[in-house]
Design a protein around this ligand. Structure first.
Ligand code: MN
Length: 196
């Protein structure tokens, strides 16, 4: 994972690498999710950092060391930076290496996607479903609550779907499972693989 560094003790707003994601995530959702929700997390993080003792650390280190409100805002900035970065309106397919890795760990790419969607759909309340690599290189799927990120458990996060209602409600209302199924169409696999 490419870490996010602060400049003069403050984190910049992660840029959206595309203007549009077609019908999978509407422009309206992008405007609220990136422009308002993520912006608020970045602003809150930057307000809380001075005097915390965690100034000038990479974002993943802040997430691993912080508690309370600072943890929540730092975690949400890291989670959303990874979420928005991994999509594309013209997504590239996974490599043969990634296909083999998923087959080795989950039996098949379809079985991986099914378990990932199922864990996203059954996470109660707000949170994130993640694909990560453990220190031995084994791939695991985890449900993380609220602002959690698997990096705090010593895992290397690779792919995440946001299951907070703000991520899908404008487009899919209560149909979280439909949102999760649709997201595969915009995952840009070389970005995911670059985090290995
Ligand atoms: Mn979100």
């Amino acid at each position: 994972m490419k870490d996010i560094m602060p400049i003069n003790g403050q984190f910049a707003m992660p840029a959206l690498p595309y203007g549009d994601l077609g019908t999978i995530i509407s422009h309206s959702t992008l405007e609220y999710h990136h422009g308002k929700h993520l912006k608020a997390y970045v602003d809150n993080l930057n307000k809380m950092l001075p005097g915390s003792g965690l100034e000038n650390m990479p974002l993943s280190a802040v997430v691993c060391k912080a508690e309370g409100g600072l943890f929540n805002n730092a975690g949400q900035v890291l989670n959303h930076a990874m979420y928005f970065e991994q999509f594309s309106p013209s997504p590239r397919p996974m490599s043969a290496k990634m296909t083999t890795l998923l087959e080795h760990n989950f039996g098949s790419v379809e079985a991986f996607k099914k378990e990932f969607e199922q864990k996203g759909a059954t996470l109660f309340g707000s949170g994130w479903v993640w694909l990560s690599a453990d220190p031995a290189g084994k791939l695991v799927i985890t449900q993380q609550r609220n602002a959690e990120n698997p990096v705090t458990d010593g895992l290397r996060p690779l792919l995440t779907f946001d299951v907070w209602e703000h991520a899908y409600y404008l487009d899919y209302q209560n149909r979280r499972a439909d949102y999760l199924t649709a997201l595969w169409q915009i995952v840009d696999w070389p970005i995911v693989e670059s985090r290995l």
